[in-house]
Design a protein around this ligand. Sequence first.
Ligand SMILES: [Zn+2]
Length: 80
Amino acid sequence: MTQFETILESKVDLSDGEDRDRMSHIVVPASAVAEAIVMGTPCTALCGKTWVPTRDPKKYPLCLTCKEIAESKGWRIPTS
Ligand SMILES: [Zn+2]
């Protein structure tokens, strides 16, 4: 089974503090997310989005592009 992780998209290019555009994305492997948070380095989601993850994604909606790609690969999407 493929290991992956959902993680919040962090707005690295804006500093208005608003949450309206935030989404959770799927990143593979899951360990890449933890490393990116600790190291402060960017990770890349299935949809191609690259950013530096900083927060827990659980309360944000899942990126539809990531979800479609994961489903097309036959992965089980985590639901919360
Ligand atoms: Zn995505």
